[in-house]
Design a protein around this ligand. Sequence first.
Ligand code: ADP
Ligand code: MG
Length: 794
Amino acid sequence: MSQCEKVQLTPGALPGIAPAESHEIRMLRKTEVSFRRLFINHPEPMWVYDLKTLHCLEVNDAAVEHYGYSRDEFLRMLLTDLYPLEDVPGLFQDVARTRAGAQHSGEWRHLHKDGRFIDVDVIYHGLAFGGREVKMVVVRDITKQRQAEQALRQAERKYRLMFEEAIVGMYQSTPDGRLLSANPAMARMFGFDSPAELIACFPDTQSQAYVDPTRREEFEHLLREKGVVKHFELQVQRKDGSKVWLWTNAQVIHEGNTIVRYEGTFEDITDRKLLEDQLLQAQQNYRDIVENAVVGMFQSTPKGRYLSVNPAMASMLGYDSPQDLVASITDITQQVYVDSKSREEFQRIAREQGVATNFECQAYRKDGSKMWLCANVRAIFKNGDLVRYEGMNEDVTQRKLLEDQLRQAQKMEAVGQLAGGIAHDFNNTLGVIIGYSDLLQMKLPVGDPSHRHAMQITKAGRRAGALIRQLLAFSRKQVIQPVVLNLNSATREFEKMMPHLIGEDIEITFKRSPGLGPVKMDPGQVEQMLMNLAVNARDAMPQGGRLCIETANIELDETYARQNVHVTPGPYVMLSVSDTGCGMDRETQLHIFEPFFTTKKAGKGTGLGLSTVYGIVKQNAGHIRIYSALGEGTTFKLYLPRIGDAATLSLPPQALETILLGTETVLIVEDEEPLRLLARLCLESNGYSVLDAPNAAAALELAEKHDGRLDLLLTDVVMPGMSGRELAKRLTEQREVKVLYMSGYNNDLSDHHGILDRDTVLLEKPFTVNSLLSKVYEVLHTGQAGKTIAASGV
Ligand code: ADP
Ligand code: MG
């Protein structure tokens, strides 16, 4: 303590002023009082203590206030009482080190009276005080500062930890791209072991890191422009070459006007990206299913609006797009359902059962045309309320049509079988009836009334026979002799006689397609078909019109075959007959092929014409199609299987025509008027002169009156009155004439009641124009009347 300054302060003199003192002493006291006041009022805690005893000798107000002890308590305390026990050894060292003059003792912890610590910075002055070595201590409370420092340290530690341990990558870089710092997460993201390694490599890595370099330019541009970039996605290549998707947020740090660095974070979003991609893909898949579905899909409200539909649904109903459909239809019941009751029914089922399956209804397309829909729909309820329907619609128009066709075909099949069965039995029975009534007529004298009765029986039998033949044709029981023929030439003979058949008011056109392929068919059937179709066309055009017969090679493809019942795809020859007549409505068209269906007056039509055509086409594995509308005319298209190309036909088409032209006179005897007419037309249009008579008696009379030549008798075998054979016998007795018989009973020739010799030349009915011509030609040119000529098909 020797170095201590000797400041002479009188101990115990401070509290009062003694009386009668010298001026000097008074002045001194005054100064002392001032100093004391300075000490007492000093804003920072101060005290003086005895270095030996460690007793507090003086203490100021700030200390009293700051430490919570009263002045007296302070003055009774030892210095060590202010220190926590563990700091006391330090205190002693400090005391031992005490030197004179002002010194900085350092930072300590003091105890407040209430037990808490006060962080303090201590300055002392070692001095002599009243003969003792004392220390005057000035204390600055640094608790707040310490706390602030502590908080700062903690914060710093916290943020460092955050930086170090973060799962997001963090970095700071210079504006030219040099990394200033990076955290471990960022290093890991880029595939480096440590931030240091990353920072060292980054100048080169950065340029290679972006999988798409344009993304980097974009990023930098954005950052410079806006100062911040948020949620910027980029794909980077890691150190090992693998790729990851990252998401970065970055900002520019300015100092004044200059950019000093960039700061940002990276997040690895590869997994999320993957998930997102999968989600997108899944979404796309579902969208594709809906968008590309061939069935219509929809959501609709119970009130009758579409909420959404797919393209198939729109095109099914004839709308340009799903949007067009949704916008156009404001009332499904009125605009879509042909029968509004049908929707009520659908709604009832859906409401009651929750679903409506295979619900079929007819719907309107946008253009007003009708179609068939098959719906499978689910009703969606929310809190017990029906909120919408969801489902699929399928266009079943085609199926419905096919079902109709099939029903129709099956009906025709059944009717055909029935008719065929009856016709066959009936034909035999008729043969017996006619045969015996013929016999009766021959035996009875002509004037006898019974002769007339027998004649009536035969007549009626013949009429019935004609019908039966048509029924047999319809039910495909007609006996046929198919040959390979070309429809272009096979129709030539028919063309010649057509004007006579259908009259002058109708303009006839033939359009024969060159290179037409051949078909295998009985030529007689070709004429039967044409005859029936042409006569119908004539009847449909009482005021005249146009009739056009056309041929063409046609391929019926798979699609066509699918849409039409009983059609085999392949090559066909089409024969069409069109007229500009009255046409038919749908209902009529449904029935025209049925036997006995006619719209004509009784006696005018038999309703067997088209049945015959139908039967013939079917018998030849063909297909028939009608195009007609009321007032719009009619086209029948017959498709017959083509059996090769045009060259397949060996017979030159003109051969028949040149051979068969004749100049002779023929007498036709046939009670069935259409047939007689046909034979007459046929022969006349081929140069022959013709006489005709409905029965033998009339024929004989005619022959007698006829002065000119008579070269050939063409007669039916079974006729009312005198039979054909009897007529031939009488006529050949009178004059030199050749004979050709016609018979409808081609089915069982040999069994023909012995009316004909087995060798007789016979023209089978139904005959074809060509077979008629060739038979006539043969008989005329072989010289012998009534002699055997091998019956040859054309
Ligand atoms: P028919 O001629 O004896 O009435 P078809 O079987 O030949 O019997 O014809 C049946 C019905 O088909 C006819 O009554 C007629 O109503 C209708 N039809 C046939 N062809 C035509 C046509 N070319 N134009 C208009 N209607 C037709
Ligand atoms: Mg007819």
